[in-house]
Design a protein around this ligand. Structure first.
Ligand SMILES: Cc1ncc(C[n+]2csc(CCOP(=O)(O)OP(=O)(O)O)c2C)c(N)n1
Ligand SMILES: [Mg+2]
Length: 363
């Protein structure tokens, strides 16, 4: 005898299409015009900050950088759905979320220069509830699951929202975190920022699975695939997951596209045809919101110009402030261990004796 004992499927959701038309049934009722304009502004600011940091890196004024170009809706839509006491646990590309969480822009530029001082208490709103970006792929996920366990234990009703790339979902850490979150029904939301590439490996060569969302099924976790270039769709998927987080985890695959380089150490022209990138241009996450706002007479060219001028001004001021920052090189020895081990102390003493950080240079 053979009988089907388990069956499932994955839903795909889009609320706003490429032309700015919305699905009225799915459109979140609590979202005002003002909030949509705010999300539009955050996405535009994120794109401008991204371009600026890339240019700084090319001039030797910033370190290796993973641009977010094209992924603005996935980041801003999800960040916008977080509540103040929810915890944000990034991978290494989610810079826009810090902006929505309220990290001052000059602090973000410090972080992007590799200075942990970007996260110190100065000028920082009391409770950002953010973790630093982390480069080892997928290692943030067990951390996030552990934090979600603590949240559940603390019973304050808040959740942990964490991010992983499409490539990261092939890592053991991804499955281990999901398994743990499923068993303990943790308030964990895993956002798969599927940008189509893991450096030079295209999505289709990473896994034979039809969707990445279905990877949650084995862990007993509900999941959905959403148009990651639709800021409203992402906002809705994450809001729904946040509202349900007291019952357990959710996995959300956001289908977006990496429009630029993997990092400043990468040259995608070596492995990716330009036509692939061109095909994604009409699906731009910012353009469709502009079309929506213009159709409702909420936006026009003069408002666009005003916003763009304002963005340039605040970005330039933030870069000036970040570049005027005098680094305390001793900070590299701080916050590594709860106590200072003998070997680290020796290194610190040696560094101090050799005077290698004289001059307070920030480079
Ligand atoms: C454990 C580990 N293996 C390999 C790398 C090198 N590496 C850095 S980013 C990356 C690809 C990540 O792709 P994806 O998860 O899709 O994230 P994306 O870069 O597209 O945002 C790899 C292999 C690393 N940083 N950590
Ligand atoms: Mg990727």
């Amino acid at each position: 005898m053979i009988k089907k004992i388990f069956d499932t499927s994955i839903n795909y959701m889009q609320v706003m299409d490429e032309n700015g038309n919305v699905d009225q049934q799915l459109f979140p009722k609590n979202l005002s015009d003002g909030q949509i304009i705010e999300m539009y502004k955050y996405m535009s600011l994120a794109r401008a900050v991204d371009a600026k940091n890339l240019s700084l890196q090319r001039q030797g004024r910033a370190v290796t950088y993973a641009p977010l170009l094209g992924e603005e809706a996935t980041q801003v839509g999800s960040a916008y759905a977080m509540r103040e006491n929810d915890m944000f646990v990034p991978a290494f590309r989610q810079h826009a979320i810090y902006m929505v969480r309220g990290l001052p822009l000059y602090k973000l530029f410090l972080v992007l220069k590799g200075y942990e001082d970007g996260f110190d208490a100065v000028d920082k709103p009391a409770k950002l509830n953010v973790l630093p970006e982390i480069v080892p792929v997928a290692t943030q996920l067990p951390h996030a699951a552990g934090l979600a366990y603590a949240k559940k234990y603390g019973k304050d009703g808040s959740a942990v929202i964490t991010y992983v790339g499409d490539g990261g979902t092939s890592e053991g850490d991804f499955y281990e975190a999901l398994n743990f979150a499923g068993v303990f029904k943790l308030p964990l939301i895993v956002i798969i920022e599927n940008n189509g590439w893991a450096i030079s490996i295209p999505r289709k060569k990473q896994t034979a699975a039809e969707t990445l969302a279905q990877k949650a099924i084995a862990a007993g976790i509900p999941s959905i695939q959403v148009d990651g270039n639709d800021v409203i769709g992402v906002y809705k998927a994450v809001s729904d997951a946040v509202a349900n987080s007291k019952n357990g985890p959710t996995v959300i695959e956001c289908l977006t596209y990496r429009m630029g380089i993997h990092t400043t150490a990468d040259d995608p022209t070596k492995y990716r045809p330009d036509a692939d990138v061109e095909a994604w241009k009409p699906r731009d996450p910012i353009l469709r919101v502009r079309k929506y706002l213009e159709a409702k007479n909420l936006w026009d060219q003069s408002k666009e110009q005003e916003m763009s001028d304002q963005n340039s001004k605040v970005i330039d001021a933030a870069v000036d402030k970040a570049e005027a920052f005098v680094l305390n090189p001793k900070s590299m020895f701080e916050n590594v261990y709860s106590y200072v081990p003998e070997t680290l102390k020796e290194e610190e003493d040696e560094a101090e004796a050799s005077g290698f950080w004289q001059g307070g240079s920030t480079e």
